[in-house]
Ligand binder design. Structure first.
Ligand code: SF4
Length: 245
């Protein structure tokens, strides 16, 4: 069942505080259904980092810190044409790699990080990307978030939900969590959804965050779950990062 988008005329139907509280109370119970309806809104939700192999994915995820997937996708074709596998990247010096990633923020640090990562992949895993969270987080530059993207996208076996800025914001708006700490949000969402939906949940929420439930101007009128969302039509100040002082 999807919410019928409002006609778009006139003022949006503001909820009363009581209605919001009631929706918030129901939200955890409805989480799986809410996710299914959002998935209907975004049927092509997927990881937007272009990759043709596990090696390309893990490098792209490391490069995507503090920058957009679009920017990473512009840089990686030339990078992977020159360094197509872990062995080639491991044999390079960071200074050889810098020109390929110079369009990205913190490019010197990132060049060093992906060369270090490739060297560890070669030294410990024969150039392959390991398949367990324990092995992945032991690689340099790979934290839980990167590891879970890799495990989820490649094998649908994440150890938790990937919580980026979109997932954090929307899960708060939907009433799935009250936390701001990503690890606590990861746990809250993980408790609400079955494990085999964790990877899809991240992609759907990220798609929704980029295309509909944006930080500044959530488009609640066209959102498929505006009939149950506790923040509907008044979400601008919910789940956003505090402004920098
Ligand atoms: S805040 Fe608005 S756009 Fe975001 S999930 Fe709720 S109804 Fe949808």
């Amino acid at each position: 069942m999807k919410a019928r988008p409002a006609a778009g005329q006139g003022a949006p139907p503001k909820l009363t505080p009581k209605e919001r509280r009631e929706r918030a109370q129901r939200a955890p119970r409805l989480a799986a259904n809410t996710l299914a309806r959002l998935a209907e809104q975004h049927p092509t939700a997927h990881c937007e980092l272009d990759h043709r192999s596990p090696f390309e994915l893990i490098v792209s995820v490391v490069l995507s810190a503090q920058t957009t997937d679009v920017a990473v996708n512009k840089a990686t074709p030339a990078l992977f044409a020159r360094f197509p596998a872990a062995q080639a990247l491991a044999a390079a010096e960071p200074s050889d790699v810098e020109p390929y990633v110079s369009s990205l923020g913190f490019f010197r640090m990132k060049a060093k990080a992906i060369v270090g990562l490739a060297r560890e992949l070669v030294a410990r895993h024969g150039g392959d990307v390991p398949r367990t969270i324990e092995e992945l987080v032991r690689l340099p530059g790979v934290g839980r978030k990167t590891a879970n993207v890799v495990l989820g996208v490649l094998w649908n076996k994440p150890d938790g939900v990937v919580v980026d800025t979109h997932v954090a914001r929307i899960s708060r708006r939907l009433g799935w969590t009250k936390n701001v700490d990503p690890e606590k949000i990861e746990k809250d969402i993980g408790d609400l959804l079955p494990r085999d939906q964790w990877s899809q949940a991240s992609h759907v929420l990220i798609f929704h965050g980029r295309r509909c439930c944006t930080a500044r101007k959530p488009d609640c009128s066209s959102c498929y779950v505006h009939d149950t969302c506790p923040s509907a039509f008044d979400a601008e100040n919910v789940g956003r990062k505090a402004p920098r002082s």
